[in-house]
Ligand binder design. Structure first.
Ligand SMILES: C[S@@+](CC[C@H](N)C(=O)[O-])C[C@H]1O[C@@H](n2cnc3c(N)ncnc32)[C@H](O)[C@@H]1O
Length: 195
């Protein structure tokens, strides 16, 4: 299995660094340290979140890209981490297998977010937690900006959608959204839901 992210893996952390400093690092530190139990992180990429999980978590780090996963496995972590290379549209896990599913900056670039989030819903146990940090269509001026920039951005990189309403899709597949935190005109959102 290969993906456009295979080619991006070596420069990914450096490319994201300005955004990490501006907004992502703070959001990640608020989101991931409180996730416990059997955890599935989808689209783990180079594993930026892995050092943040507590020792009480056991994390399955899933990604379609082998080069991304190799980098993820080099991260220090307090939680036990196991890597799985798979497509999140067809998660290789039984129904209700996880206490929590997490992800960051993933559903902007999956081919079918509705189906992917449907799979996430399926593998979470009833009452299990969803924690997502996503960039989405903004609010107000943010909506105008993300709508205008989206075609150019997608034409340039081929995978990432700037104006997806992942916050809405999460509800549509059946999650109860309990908390939504938004930053920079609603373009970055921390979404916490329950199955
Ligand atoms: C923009 S990167 C985000 C990486 C990391 N989560 C972060 O916050 O920096 C998106 C990741 O999702 C993975 N991905 C995209 N579509 C996927 C799919 N259908 N199944 C599994 N992983 C996928 C890519 O390979 C990539 O590593």
């Amino acid at each position: 299995m290969s993906s456009v992210f295979d080619a991006l893996a070596s420069g990914y952390d450096l490319g994201l660094w300005p955004l990490e400093v501006a907004v992502l690092r703070r959001m990640r530190r608020r989101a991931f340290p409180k996730v416990e139990g059997q955890v599935l992180e989808v689209g783990v990429g180079t594993g930026v979140n892995l050092p943040l999980y507590p020792p009480t978590a056991t994390v399955v780090a899933l990604d379609a890209s082998a080069p991304m996963l190799r980098r993820a496995l080099r991260r220090p972590a307090r939680a036990r981490v196991r890597a799985v290379q798979a497509d999140l549209h067809r998660l290789p896990f039984r129904d209700g297998a996880f206490d929590a599913v997490t992800g960051s900056l993933v559903f902007c670039s999956v081919a079918d977010p509705q189906r992917g989030l449907g799979e996430v819903f399926r593998v979470l146990r009833p009452g299990g937690r969803l924690v997502l940090l996503e960039h989405t269509r903004g609010r107000g001026l943010g909506a105008w900006l993300t709508d205008r920039l989206h075609p150019l951005w997608l034409a340039w990189n081929g995978v990432c959608h700037l104006n997806r309403e992942t916050n809405r899709t999460v509800r549509e597949v059946g999650f109860r959204l309990q908390r939504e935190e938004s930053h920079i005109l609603g373009i970055f959102r921390l979404l916490e839901g329950v199955r």
